[in-house]
Design a protein around this ligand. Structure first.
Ligand code: GTP
Length: 366
């Protein structure tokens, strides 16, 4: 350490220099505070999950000059997994189906961890093997005493975060990010509840009525085929009467799951009424739609449906199929044609797929 100058002129100069550097530090701190403040305000105002993820993973890096950011979210019920693939995201959060990875980062401590280059294994856990990140801040996201995820900020500079630095700003940011994530999840749950059938987990009729019009107009505008399937469980009343309503509910729930799992992203399945489901298959021709209907029909026919008592029952379903543009010029016509075909399938003995004759004939001609 250099000794203070004895010459009064030099002392004044030294004091000026110290004052200047204190002023610079204060200005830098004030700027940092302003950036945190602005970030907090934006976090509290985000309107969607995409916006929130973008803010935490992309904007944070730009605003704070970071080299890497990761967001991990606990998702044991897979609700985020279902909600997020549909979202257009530049960078996606990592969804965890159990606490293990979070425990590896925070142990029982659950407080912000500042990690330096000496703890390379922890940096690799937080940012992936081979990461160029040399120092990091790992922020636990906690809501109502529960760890719901973590936010990781990383830098190539090994001294950007060191264990001796304060974590006050980061702790506060983590608390606000956790609130923003939870409120966004609640909003997402409400949104999904409003468009999902509570028993079967497929979309409800209200959502179908809305989405089907969009699908219809897009198919017309872009001139691609749109297939509509009506699927109705056979003699469902007998299942209810013979095994009880809870078993009927369970069959409905499992059929809903089978239908959902046999469709591609972009297809739309909904519970249309009691034991009736409707499926829209955009960009699918008659042969493709028949294949989908038959696949579902055979899966239902072969499935042992587990009852609430742990026994099994069998069920079958009938399918009616209509095509746009072959069999219909409006969406109501398409639905009616599929419903007519379903009626024909029931009349012909059930457990079968019938294509609307007009649609099938015209599709065969074209
Ligand atoms: N368990 C249960 N039953 C329902 C639900 N919604 C409608 N149902 C029953 O579904 C049955 C439908 O019976 P029907 O319309 O006669 O048709 P079906 O017995 O399937 O006969 P087909 O369709 O002609 O093969 C009725 O008994 C309804 O009460 C529900 O959410 N849960």
């Amino acid at each position: 350490m250099s000794s203070p100058p004895t010459d009064p002129q030099a002392q004044v100069q030294e004091l000026r220099r110290q004052l200047q550097s204190l002023l610079e530090a204060a200005t830098a701190n004030e700027r940092k505070l302003d950036r945190f403040d602005a970030l907090e305000r934006r976090l509290m105002a985000v309107g969607s999950m995409e916006e929130l993820v973008h803010l935490l993973l992309i904007d944070c890096c730009a605003d704070f000059g970071l080299d890497a950011a990761e967001l991990w979210l606990l998702d044991p019920e897979e609700e985020l997994r279902r909600a997020l693939p549909a979202l257009p995201m530049v960078k996606a959060p990592r969804l965890l189906d159990h606490h293990g990875p979070l425990k590896d980062l925070f142990g029982a401590a659950r407080s912000t961890r500042l990690v330096g280059p000496a703890d390379a294994p922890l940096l690799a856990k937080a940012f992936g093997e081979g990461t160029p990140v040399r120092s990091a801040a790992l922020l636990p996201l906690i809501r109502q005493g529960l760890l719901i995820g973590s936010l990781h900020f990383g830098a190539h500079d090994p001294e950007r975060y060191d264990a001796a630095s304060g974590t006050k700003f980061l702790d506060r940011l983590a608390a606000i990010a956790a609130i923003a994530i939870e409120s966004m999840l609640n909003r997402e749950r409400l949104r999904r509840a409003g468009m999902t059938d509570g028993l079967t987990g497929v979309h409800n009729r209200r959502y179908f009525d809305h989405r089907s019009l969009i699908e219809f107009s897009q198919a017309v505008r872009h001139r691609y085929p749109l297939a509509c399937l009506f699927l109705d469980i056979d003699h469902f009343k007998a299942i209810n009467d013979g095994h009880g309503h809870p078993t009927g509910d369970e069959v409905l729930r499992q059929v809903g799951g089978l239908i959902q799992r046999s469709l591609r992203t972009g297809d739309l399945a909904a519970r249309y009424g009691g034991e009736e489901f409707v499926v829209l298959l955009p960009r699918t021709d008659l042969a493709g739609a028949c294949e989908v209907a038959e696949r579902i029909r055979l899966m239902v026919q072969d499935a042992p449906f587990v009852t609430p008592e742990g026994g099994t029952v069998n069920a079958t379903l009938s399918a009616g199929l209509a095509m746009l543009p072959a069999g219909a010029t409006s969406f109501a016509e398409l639905l009616n044609a599929a419903d007519r075909a379903l009626y024909d399938a029931k009349r012909a003995g059930r457990n079968r797929t019938v294509a609307d004759s007009l649609g099938a004939a015209q599709a065969a001609d074209s």
